[in-house]
Design a protein around this ligand. Structure first.
Ligand SMILES: NC(=O)c1ccc[n+]([C@@H]2O[C@H](COP(=O)([O-])OP(=O)(O)OC[C@H]3O[C@@H](n4cnc5c(N)ncnc54)[C@H](O)[C@@H]3O)[C@@H](O)[C@H]2O)c1
Ligand SMILES: O=C(O)CC[C@@H](O)C(=O)O
Length: 387
């Protein structure tokens, strides 16, 4: 029996794909796996029983990835599963920044019961008039799952789109519409574009990437859209830019005391992925990843351990080892198994940065003594017997 804990509400359609072999537990300390959305996990203590954390979403800045890797806990996310939901809200954000729909709707609600509202609206509507996005230049920083969809959708709306991503994947590049201009520097985007949208992960290297220096290169009346993470932007500098008349609007999906209620800022309460479809997609993918890992030892879409897949075990035994990426680990495993006269029928070893993962299938079952011997090897972080 496997136990899982949910730190946030996870869509039922995903949880329903856990079999009767799984039990939901209320306490993380009892869990083999945790499902999470945006709950902050940095200050939590993780029990030795915990093998996996699945983020039903893309951003993993709420999870201590290194601390997890050190404990042999594999952290998964669900790449692309909520990208369409975010893309649609980014398009809405561009429209809301271009035309004062929010101001207009708010004005109408102040006229409740006014029999002359229709006539008054015709006189007043000019206050809420705006401009169109067709023909404007959009700069997309970060061409991953979301950035590619935003860039392609914007070209279909008649925008001239510039894309910047020094680490763009081959798949993402293939998926980009041909009309998108490839910017080799972020500066080109800052200097050229009327709308700038960022879709990069929050990491040390990207923190406050939109800062005073970046803003100073931007065009007058630029619109900045941030559906990635608030800490990517120096929001004090943005608010100053709005006050100076340089920035027309800042549209952001992450409310905080700096931006809530600030002039020229449209703050959305983190709704990018809050659609039925995105929540379902993320939950289904997260549960699938957890099940494949707990039941077969396979890793797909991990952010702190390498991808590693040996399918379903058809042999007598399977051992999975999370370990440091240092020399001679495989040599030590094979010689320990040889000491116990265990024949290896299949084996795979993959690494990612400082960490590595090995799956070993054996021709006979492994007993507790073998596991104790393997676990005693320096550099082994976690060891599991799947079969
Ligand atoms: N508002 C929401 O509800 C919501 C939903 C999903 C994701 N997000 C946020 O959006 C981010 C992006 O999501 P995604 O699914 O597109 O992720 P992704 O991993 O598919 O794409 C991120 C892209 O950013 C690029 N990148 C990294 N550093 C860069 C840099 N310095 N300059 C330019 N590009 C850089 C990467 O190469 C990658 O292509 C997530 O990390 C998350 O923080 C927010
Ligand atoms: O779970 C959510 O609602 C938000 C998810 C989003 O921020 C992400 O990074 O995927």
């Amino acid at each position: 029996m496997f136990k899982y804990n949910c730190l946030n509400p996870i869509a039922n359609i995903g949880l329903e794909s856990f079999t009767e072999e799984y039990q939901k537990v209320e306490n993380l300390q009892d869990a083999d796996a945790v499902l999470v959305r945006s709950a902050a996990m940095h200050d939590l203590d993780f029990p030795n029983s915990l093998h996996a954390i699945a983020r039903a979403g893309a951003g993993v800045n709420n999870i201590p990835l290194e601390k997890c890797a050190e404990k042999g806990i594999v952290v998964f996310n669900t790449p692309g599963a909520n990208a369409n939901g975010v893309k649609e809200l980014v398009i809405a954000g561009m429209l809301l920044a271009s035309r004062d729909v929010i101001g207009g709707v708010n004005w109408v609600s102040t006229q409740k019961g006014n029999p002359d509202i229709a006539k008054l609206a015709e006189k007043t509507k000019n206050n809420f008039a705006g401009s169109e996005i067709r023909g404007k230049k959009l700069g997309v920083i970060g061409l991953g799952a979301i950035g590619v969809l935003v860039a392609n959708a914007a070209t279909h709306l008649g925008m001239e789109v510039y894309g910047y991503d020094p680490y763009v994947s081959v798949d993402a590049a293939w998926n980009l519409s041909r009309g998108i201009k490839h910017s080799k520097t972020a500066e080109e985007i800052y200097k050229e574009c009327d709308f700038i949208t960022i879709h990069v992960p929050l990491m040390d290297a990207t923190k406050k990437m939109i800062n005073e220096a970046a803003i100073s290169m931007m065009k007058e009346s630029v619109v900045i859209l941030n559906f990635a993470r608030d800490l990517l932007v120096d929001e004090e500098a943005v608010i100053q830019g709005v006050a100076d008349g340089k920035i027309k609007k800042y549209v952001v999906d992450f409310p905080n005391p700096t931006t809530a209620g600030a002039d020229g800022v449209i703050v959305i309460p983190h709704l990018g992925a809050s659609t039925e479809e995105s929540e379902d997609n993320c939950a289904i993918m997260a549960v699938k990843e957890v099940r494949d890992y707990l039941e077969n030892g396979n890793i797909k879409n991990s952010v702190n351990y390498p991808a590693c897949d040996m399918g379903i075990c058809e042999n007598a035994g399977r051992i999975c080892i999370n370990h440091k990426n240092i020399p001679n680990m495989i040599g030590q495993y094979t010689s320990k198994l040889a000491q116990f006269n265990l024949n290896i029928s299949d084996m795979i070893n993959k690494s990612k940065g400082d960490y590595a993962y090995t799956i070993i299938d054996t021709e006979s079952q492994v007993n507790a003594d073998v596991i104790k011997e393997l676990a005693s090897i320096s550099g082994v972080l976690k060891i599991r017997v799947i079969k």
